[in-house]
Write a protein that binds this ligand. Structure first.
Ligand SMILES: C[S@@+](CC[C@H](N)C(=O)[O-])C[C@H]1O[C@@H](n2cnc3c(N)ncnc32)[C@H](O)[C@@H]1O
Length: 230
């Protein structure tokens, strides 16, 4: 058995996914009501980030914007498969994806997950959610802009990264983490939009030392799996 399928962590995740669905329903409804494509909706976010990134995410302070359960299970499986000991997350929101990955670390005997979150209120809720899951000893949240909070390093080699923050900052945050990636490290980009930053072009160029493919989850939505090959 694993801790995301049954037991206290699984129960906390179930509760949080329910809370996320309820909190984000009006936002999803509003987006759904506008007759625009996914790409157009994403481009609006990119434009809004370019104009006022902090203001945009302040506006989402009450939204989870979290991974779906299936994607969470996938993150757990990846962490288990690469026997991760140190994981870094860009964009932790209320802590749902962090719990999936920290649960994998716990089930393998321990490790460190460094989460980053711009909004202080969200980071506070993420800490409470991680505590409810009994994973406080594994997770460290850094509050503020990840471009600043990750500058001091991450305390050792990184086995796995989840990029799930502001779309336009993926390349900048990845550049900060890159010197710490272990050979074979796994990087998952959630909505890693090609037009939003230079990230996708960079990791899809094998000369830079990565192999990278779009994920079959939610095809066309920019979910990308990257492995460091050297
Ligand atoms: C899509 S949500 C993350 C969802 C989370 N990974 C989960 O699945 O539960 C994106 C989050 O990134 C945060 N964010 C945006 N820009 C950031 C930055 N520069 N530094 C840290 N966090 C940032 C936002 O406040 C937001 O909570």
């Amino acid at each position: 058995m694993n801790s995301i399928s049954a037991g206290p962590i699984a129960e906390v995740l179930l509760r949080l996914h329910r809370e996320a669905d309820a909190a984000d329903a009006p936002l999803m409804q509003a987006v759904g009501n506008e007759a625009i494509t996914f790409d157009e909706a994403m481009q609006r976010v990119v434009d809004a980030e370019t104009k006022d990134l902090t203001g945009l995410y302040r506006g989402y302070a009450g939204n989870f914007l979290s991974v779906e359960p299936e994607f969470g299970r996938f993150l757990y499986m990846l962490a288990r498969a690469c026997k991760a000991k140190r994981i870094v997350e860009f964009g932790s929101s209320m802590g749902i994806s962090a719990i999936y990955m920290a649960a994998a670390l716990r089930d393998m005997g321990g490790g460190v997950l460094i989460g980053t979150e711009l909004e202080p209120g969200k980071a506070e809720r993420a800490r409470a959610n991680v505590a409810a899951a009994g994973l406080t000893d594994i997770v460290e949240f850094r509050v503020g802009d990840a471009r600043e909070t990750l500058k001091s390093g991450v305390g050792g080699g990184i086995d796995m990264v989840l990029l799930d923050g502001a779309f336009t900052l993926y390349h900048a945050v990845f550049t900060l983490l890159e010197p710490h990636l272990k050979p074979g490290a796994i990087v998952i980009g959630e909505n890693a939009l090609q037009q939003a930053s230079g990230y996708i072009d960079y990791v899809r160029n094998p000369r830079n030392g990565y192999l990278s493919v779009p994920l079959p989850f939610s095809p066309g939505r920019g979910n990308e799996l990257t492995v460091k090959t050297k």
